[in-house]
Write a protein that binds this ligand. Structure first.
Ligand SMILES: [Zn+2]
Length: 219
């Protein structure tokens, strides 16, 4: 019985540990190609200094009008980061870089969003889960060498037809900016999502498991 209790305690401790992701930054940049588990969740900031982070759900500046993430971290599966680093390299070669609005999103937050906007065109039904819940989706835009966002026609999380890739009643500049973002992302193993110019899914990630990990923030 004693042994059984001990075993139970170990199981509880191990399972608790696995539900947390650490937001602490590594003192040196790590090499994503040395990560052997493609499905592990890791923090993008540990693998590159070439992204701009603007994690909207860690601030009240989002459609929920409230801060729902404890801190602005970009966790993704290793395989998603591998492709994202390659895409960003292609943008950097042309004088631009990726700015991130959202990455991995725990399923509990998805439920909160669905309560506010129960419309599958804009928010994935938590029963099914979004690719964000699986660590395979990113919400992004592009910034130029001065850090200025390219004009994409609408803000992030604009819920209307103007945000769609199929909406063409926009200026030539806007259409070209969206096309630029989309072409490079598609060349690097991502797929676009019709109703949101900012959303990209890693190819073949829909069968991955939904995840509900929390992250520990730095003090
Ligand atoms: Zn998204």
């Amino acid at each position: 019985m004693k042994n059984f209790s001990f075993l139970l305690m170990v199981i509880v401790l191990v399972s608790c540990k696995s539900t947390y992701l650490d937001a602490k930054k590594s003192p040196v940049l790590l090499d994503i190609n040395k990560e052997t588990d493609d499905y592990a969740f890791v923090n993008l900031k540990n693998y590159s200094n070439d992204f701009v982070f603007d994690m909207k759900y860690a601030t009240p500046d989002n459609f929920l009008k409230e801060k729902v993430y404890p801190c602005g971290e970009c966790f993704l599966r290793v395989k998603t980061i591998k492709s994202l680093l390659e895409a960003n390299k292609a943008f950097l070669d042309k004088g631009y870089k990726i700015k991130l609005y959202d990455c991995y999103r725990p399923i509990a937050i998805q439920k909160q969003m669905w309560k506010i906007v129960p419309n599958p065109t804009y928010v994935a039904n938590p029963k099914k889960g979004s690719i964000h819940n699986k660590g395979g989706a990113v919400d992004i835009t592009l910034v130029d060498s001065l850090g200025i966002e390219l004009n994409m026609g609408t803000k992030f999380d604009f819920f209307g037809e103007e945000a769609s890739h199929n909406y063409s009643n926009l200026s030539k500049d806007i259409l070209e900016n969206r096309k630029f973002l989309k072409e490079i992302m598609l060349q690097h193993n991502f797929k676009s999502f019709d109703s949101e110019w900012w959303h990209y899914n890693l190819t073949n990630s829909s069968a991955d498991k939904v995840s509900n990990q929390k992250w520990r923030c730095e003090d």
